[in-house]
Ligand binder design. Structure first.
Ligand code: SAH
Length: 248
């Protein structure tokens, strides 16, 4: 059976021992009813997983002795960024949740011309940022991955485009006859850094697609059926991960 999995930040890991944060400790003791001697897995959010044994427990304090550690636990080889139009309400939560489970390393909420969320309002979304961090944390435990993806602050499309020069693959997804069908897009399996760009609810304007192409993005289409933005993000991540051989 898979070991129960917990999160502890790196500062809680010292001299072969891990102290769980209080919410994780409470979960371990009162819900999972773990006791000294129970074996667990702890991820540090930076890519390392530790296997170990509970040595000291109280409802607020759980200490784990480390038996073994593994770096890059559950990580894909590719460093994938998903830049997706920030949607209204909680739709972006689903993008972060499923994207994390599929191996995304960095999420960038994008504000585009037709976005319903305005940049001025997005910048103040501290509650949203905290919620997305919690969603990502729950997702790494769910999918058994040790790296907690980075979630950038909401970014204007143009500012984002300017910063992606070092990427091996840059795609902008756009449902248009001018975009290249995904089937026919070439991708080297050696690509190390990938950036995928997906629009908000009302998509990108032609000028935005043009600007992205000028910055080196390839416009890609998924064919006739139009997916909702919160479905399109995870869908393109899965498609590209598959082509890069990450589902072995
Ligand atoms: N009416 C909008 C649809 C937006 S769908 C438009 O015509 O652009 C939200 C986003 O999901 C799009 O901006 C695009 O990035 C992605 N998407 C959804 N379906 C797609 C498809 N068939 N091909 C390419 N991208 C798609």
């Amino acid at each position: 059976m898979d070991l129960p999995i917990f999160y502890a930040p790196p500062e809680n890991i010292l001299d072969g021992l891990i102290q769980l944060p209080s919410t994780e400790a409470r979960h371990a003791i009162t819900i999972m009813r773990l006791r000294p001697g129970s074996l667990v897995l702890v991820v540090d959010g930076l890519g390392t997983a530790y296997r170990g044994e509970l040595v000291k427990t109280s409802p607020r304090k759980v200490v784990i002795r480390i038996h073994a550690e593994q770096r890059s636990f559950g990580e894909p080889t590719v460093r994938m960024t998903l830049a997706a139009g920030l949607s209204t309400g909680q739709k972006f939560d689903l993008v972060v949740q499923t994207g994390t489970e599929l191996g995304v390393k960095r999420f960038v909420p994008i504000i585009a011309e037709k976005s319903k969320v305005r940049f001025e309002d997005a910048g103040r979304g501290r509650a949203r940022a905290a919620r997305l961090e919690r969603v990502a944390l729950a997702a790494i435990k769910q999918c058994r991955r040790a790296y907690r993806p980075e979630i950038a602050l909401p970014t204007l499309l143009q500012d984002f485009l300017d910063e992606q020069a070092g990427e091996d693959i840059r795609f902008i997804f756009h449902p248009s006859a001018q975009a290249r069908p995904f089937e026919r897009v070439e991708m080297s399996e050696n690509s190390k850094r990938v950036t995928l760009l997906v629009g908000p609810e009302s998509g990108f304007s032609d000028e935005e697609v043009h600007g992205a192409v000028e910055s080196g993005f390839v416009p890609v289409s998924l064919g006739q059926r139009i997916l909702r933005t919160e479905a399109a993000g995870p869908a393109v991540v899965a498609l590209v991960m598959q082509r890069l051989g990450e589902f072995r």
